[in-house]
Design a binder for this molecule. Structure first.
Ligand code: HEM
Length: 417
C-alpha cells in the first residue's frame, strides 16, 4: 500500500546511497512510487509501472523530444570544448526511435545471433580458467581487476576483432562516457564525456577503416557487411553501434560478476547450492535480479501519460528504477530482498529492460556470468572477502574493488588446473 508522503524526495546523492540504494528505493516504493523529482524528471519505482513504461510503444528515447532539451546550453558546452553540433548527433540504437531504431537494430542483431554467442562458451571458459589460475597463484587477489573487468572486456574486444593493445585509452574514454547516464551529472563530467566521445569516434573510424582492408571472422566485419534489401549502415551509424556494443559489452557485466560473487560469498548456503548443482541459467537470472547491474533505464513521453493516477506531461524524462522493480514485494513476494537461486520465474526481472530496447547482449552477459561466477564459486569453496569498495555510480552500480582470500584453497589441484 502506498503511504503518500509529499515530502519524500528521491536523492541518490544521499551519503551511502551508492553502497546500498535498497533502503531508499524501498521508501520510495512505499511513499511515492510515481515520483516527480525536483530535477524535472519523473521516476517509477514499482515493478508493474516500470514494465508498462518500458514496453509502451509510443514513447521515445531521443533526448531531442525532451521539453527541457536546452540547445543553447549544449552549444555553450560545445564551444567550451571546441566542438560542433554534428558531434552531438548520436545514432546508437539505445538513443533513437523507430523507424531508424528498427532498421539499425535489425542490422546489428544479424551479426549477433544466439548461435554466435553459444559458440563462445569454450573461449569464455578458457579465459575464466586462466584468470582463476592467476587468482589461485596469488592467494589473495582483487576479483574485479583479475576477472570481473577483464573477462567481458576481452570477450567483446575479441568478438568485434578490435586491435589489441589500446586497453588503457579505451577504458578511460569509456568511463567518462558512461558517467552521462547517471541521473545527476556535473558540467565538468559532460565536458569530459564530449571529449571522450570525440576520441572514441576518431579511434573507431580508424579501426573500421583498418577492418575494411583486413576483414576477418568477427563481429565488426559482419556488421560492415550486414545488409538487408540493399540497406547498409552509414559510416557514422556503424561507428556509433560499435562504440555502444563495446561500452555496453563491458561496463555492465563487470557489475554482475563482481557484485554477484561478493553476494554469494556472504551467503554460504546459496554458494553451496552452486557447488552441489552447478549454476543454472535461472540462478544467473536471480543474480541479475538481485544485483541490477544497470539500476535504471529511461523513456521520454511524447504525449501526456497517466500512470497510477498521476499525469506525466509530454516531453518529460521518465526513469524506470529497475533496481527497485527487481525488489518489489508485490511482484516477488515477502522474500524479495533475499537471494534465492531457486526462485521460480527469476527471469522476469527487469535488469535487461523490456520492449523494443531490450538488451541486445542479454544472452552474452548471462553466458559470461554463468561461466565466471559458477567456476569461481566451485573452484574456491573457502574464499573469504577481505575488502570491498563500491564504484560510487548511481546507475552502473557495482564493486570497483573486491579483495578475496582464496589461499586456504590453493592446493596442487588448483595450481595444476
Ligand atoms: C549484465 C550485463 C548487462 C545488463 C544488465 C544490460 C542492461 C541493459 C539495459 C537495461 C538496456 C536498456 C533496455 C531498455 O531500456 O529497455 C540495455 C540495452 C542494450 N544493451 Fe545491454 N546490458 C548488459 C550487457 C550487455 C552486453 C554484453 C552487450 C553487448 C555486447 C549489451 C548491448 C546492449 C545494446 C546494444 C543495447 C541497446 C538495445 C536497443 O536500444 O535496442 N548489453 N542493456
Amino acid at each position: 500500500m502506498t503511504d503518500v508522503s509529499p515530502e519524500i524526495i528521491f536523492n541518490p546523492l544521499e551519503p551511502g546511497y551508492t553502497d546500498d540504494p535498497y533502503p531508499h528505493l524501498h521508501e520510495m516504493r512505499r511513499h511515492d512510487p510515481v515520483h516527480a523529482s525536483p530535477i524535472g524528471s519523473w521516476m517509477l519505482f514499482n515493478y508493474d509501472d516500470c514494465f508498462q513504461l518500458l514496453r509502451n510503444p509510443g514513447l521515445s528515447v531521443d533526448e531531442k523530444n525532451l521539453d527541457t532539451f536546452d540547445e543553447d546550453r549544449m552549444k555553450a558546452f560545445l564551444e567550451a570544448v571546441d566542438g560542433d553540433a554534428e558531434e552531438l548527433e548520436r545514432t546508437s540504437i539505445l538513443g533513437i526511435d523507430p523507424p531508424d531504431h528498427t532498421r539499425l537494430r535489425r542490422l546489428v542483431s544479424k551479426a549477433f545471433t544466439p548461435r554466435t554467442i553459444e559458440a563462445l562458451r569454450p573461449r569464455i571458459q578458457a579465459l575464466v580458467d586462466e584468470a582463476l589460475y592467476h587468482i589461485a597463484e596469488q592467494g589473495q587477489a582483487d576479483i574485479i581487476a583479475e576477472l570481473a573487468f577483464p573477462l567481458p572486456f576481452d570477450v567483446i574486444s575479441e568478438m568485434l576483432g578490435m586491435p589489441a593493445g589500446d586497453t588503457e585509452a579505451l577504458r578511460s574514454w569509456s568511463e567518462d562516457i558512461v558517467k552521462t547516464i547517471d541521473p545527476i551529472i556535473t558540467e565538468d563530467e559532460i565536458k569530459a564525456a564530449v571529449i571522450a566521445n570525440r576520441a572514441m569516434d576518431e579511434y573507431m573510424a580508424g579501426v573500421i577503416e583498418w577492418k575494411r582492408e583486413n576483414p576477418g571472422d568477427d563481429l565488426l566485419t559482419a556488421m560492415i557487411e550486414a545488409e538487408e534489401d540493399g540497406d547498409k549502415m552509414s559510416s557514422k551509424e556503424l561507428s556509433d553501434q560499435v562504440s555502444l556494443l563495446f561500452i555496453a559489452g563491458h561496463e555492465t557485466t563487470v557489475n554482475l560478476i563482481g557484485t554477484g560473487i561478493a553476494d554469494l560469498l556472504s551467503r554460504p548456503d546459496q554458494a553451496q547450492s552452486i557447488r552441489d548443482n552447478g549454476l543454472e541459467m535461472n540462478g544467473v537470472d536471480e543474480l541479475l535480479r538481485f544485483v541490477s547491474p544497470v539500476q535504471m533505464s529511461r523513456r521520454i513521453t511524447t504525449r501526456d501519460v497517466a500512470i497510477d493516477g498521476r499525469d506525466i506531461p509530454s516531453g518529460t524524462m521518465v526513469m524506470a528504477a529497475l533496481a527497485s522493480a527487481n525488489r518489489d514485494a508485490n511482484k516477488w513476494g515477502p522474500n524479495a530482498n533475499e537471494l534465492d537461486l531457486g526462485r521460480e520465474g527469476a527471469g522476469q526481472h527487469l535488469s535487461f529492460g523490456s520492449g523494443i530496447h531490450y538488451c541486445l547482449g542479454a544472452s552474452l552477459a548471462k553466458l559470461e556470468g554463468q561461466v565466471a561466477i559458477g567456476s569461481f564459486i566451485q573452484r574456491f569453496p573457502n574464499a573469504t572477502i577481505v575488502e570491498q569498495r563500491f564504484n560510487g555510480r548511481i546507475n552502473l552500480r557495482g564493486l570497483e574493488r573486491l579483495i578475496v582470500n582464496v589461499a586456504s584453497t590453493v592446493d596442487g589441484g588448483i595450481l595444476a588446473g
